[in-house]
Design a binder for this molecule. Structure first.
Ligand SMILES: [Zn+2]
Length: 104
């Protein structure tokens, strides 16, 4: 069973308690009425969909109910780390350190 760490509950919980909520760190345009249809299309539909490290939003639906962010390797399907929503995207050094922890 896949376990996911909720950064708010600070517990590893079964994946059945969680729901994927799309790509993380998507910024809504500040003046969305004034952007072009093409700019809106890019904001609303286009996602990175990387092969490898992906930044995702998740929600602990059957726990605290809160949204948080996760770094997941889409090739291995392993979570590298999770962190609270609103925190900056982890940098390369932090990811490498967490990746070593999860692969030991
Ligand atoms: Zn939680």
């Amino acid at each position: 069973m896949l376990l996911i760490h909720c950064p708010y509950c600070d517990e590893e919980r079964p994946e059945l308690e969680f729901r994927h909520a799309g790509e993380a760190h998507i910024e809504r345009p500040t003046d969305i009425k004034s952007i072009s249809d093409e700019e809106f299309m890019k904001f609303f539909f286009l996602r990175d969909n990387p092969k490898g490290v992906a930044y995702e939003r998740w929600r602990h639906m059957h726990g605290c109910g809160r949204f948080f962010n996760a770094v997941r390797d889409t090739v291995s399907d392993k979570f590298v780390m999770t962190y609270e929503a609103g925190k900056p995207r982890p940098d390369g050094d932090e990811l490498r350190a967490k990746s070593k922890e999860t692969n030991q």
